[in-house]
Design a protein. Sequence first.
Length: 623
Amino acid sequence: MCGIAGILSFDPLNLTRHRLQLMTDSIMHRGPDGEGFWINERQTVGLGHRRLAIIDLSAAAAQPMHFAGRYAITYNGEIYNYIEIRDALQKKGYAFTTQSDTEVILAAYDCFGIECLQYFDGMFAFAIWDEKEGQLLCARDRFGEKPFYYCQQKDSFLFASEMKALWAAGFEKKTVPAMLLNYLSLGLTIDPFDNSQTFFENIFTLPPGNFMVLSSADQVDAKTYSFKIQSYWDLDKETMVSIDESKAIETFTQLFQTSVNRRLRSDVTIGTSLSGGLDSSAIVAFIHQNLQQKDHYGQAGFSAVFPGFAGDETSYIKQVSEKFQLNNYQVSPTALELIGDFQRLTDHQEEPFQSLSIYAQYKVYELAKQNNVTVLLDGQGADETMAGYHKYYHWYWQELLAAGEFKKCRLEMKLSRQNGVVDHWDWKNYLAAFLPTLAARQLEKKAISEVKEHPYLNHDFFGTDKGMLVDKPVVRHLNEILYYNTRQLGLVELLRYADRNSMAHSREVRLPFLNHQLVEFVFSLPSSYKIRNGFTKWILRQSVDKLLPPSIVWRKDKIGFEPPQQQWMQDKTMQEFQHESRRNLVSQGVLKSAVLKTPLQPLAAHDAGNFDWRYLCAEMCMR
């Protein structure tokens, strides 16, 4: 896990070691173990790197790394199956001088070309310069676990792991009005029509599962370059397999065990992020299936707890820790700590975020650093791929209705409600089951009305034709909404939070549920393998039924690292921050002055209409 930066330019004045140094210095937190720079002889491309040493800690594995007298790479991430790929390449005649996965990427690219991306099981963002072809390849992992930002000038292309590196290189920090409008009114952090757009003008992100190729027309005299972005991977949300229940559980279990085992490959100490929920507990259980092979596993679990708060999960964390003899380290963030950390938190995140739930995650990774554990396995990704949130129930019921399975639908509704699901199912849901396109358009109209009718937004600031970045998917079956949340809106922003929170403390987070073969298999299964008998993530529950306490396996609630946000927002100093943010947004013309006369309304982390939180978060990120 590292920080990367680079410049491709036809003007040597724009490509200097000093400018690269400014970029990498700004992301030093991503790689405290070393730095490296390389500029080619013709001074057309420069690469910078900050190193967090995880695999092969020797100096030989430092970056930028060179290969075959032709390639140079700066890379952030981990290729978990690098051992298997290296073995295959050695059989083809390739020789290696390091034990790093970085060298494997370079050899795989030399051997397979762009098709090498299909071989990688991992999280990554990298740029490879091919001196022979005068070409820069940039690529990002399938789900977007690792970030890749870029911007263009007249004769230059710059990229980095974080936007602050681009700002350090001289790019202006200027908010995109449409993005700000949609966040303040709807809480959206991503443009649903263009997932390369960030909150800041002229700064873009390479979409997950995509690669980019930049090449000059002539290696010596050209002053322009071609620019191509292309997808190399996507999920199939339509094709379902016919599979026996026991075989499905067996296949899922094997794929998940392989994913966990690969993500335990490390030359530094590994622990787990333990919330007490099903996902993180399942990872702990699968680690212990074959514990003797886990050389660097530190038997450490890191948790955020909130004694006295309704969302506290201490009792579940204790059950898992005792069963698997974990050394459980706990942190209990407070409003006072939040006040001290808030500016740092927003500076690391760079763009607005949904709630203060990520502060609990931020403190968990800080706790891991304090206890010298460098890598944490985490349960993110399971909810979006296996329908883990309660909101997915009504889409499943609508799928059953549309298929004419009325009896099964009534039974699932009954069992779900017995399991504590609170739904607001009415005639509109019945209509949506049979007219999904109409339902999507009506939801879009409702969202647009919310944007237009927000009482305190100054629409003169945003412009009359801006801000209608509203898209609701047409959902005919459960997989379509899971695809939307996995590939378009939902998971991508959660992965950004995790990357920034972990890197803020120079920690690496690994996500076993996001092995692409595992996710592809889950998407190929009928919906009844995801929701059944009123329970979400049915196939995961079956896979751990004999490994975890029943109270964990068959939990009916869904919490995660949820903090007492409503209580924190009532703190006097936090309220002063909120008033200040309101005043600043009014002075910038974003909000109407009438908002200054309105009492603050502190709400819980996931409450609808949490406008005071959005004002505060957006304004802090704009500073």
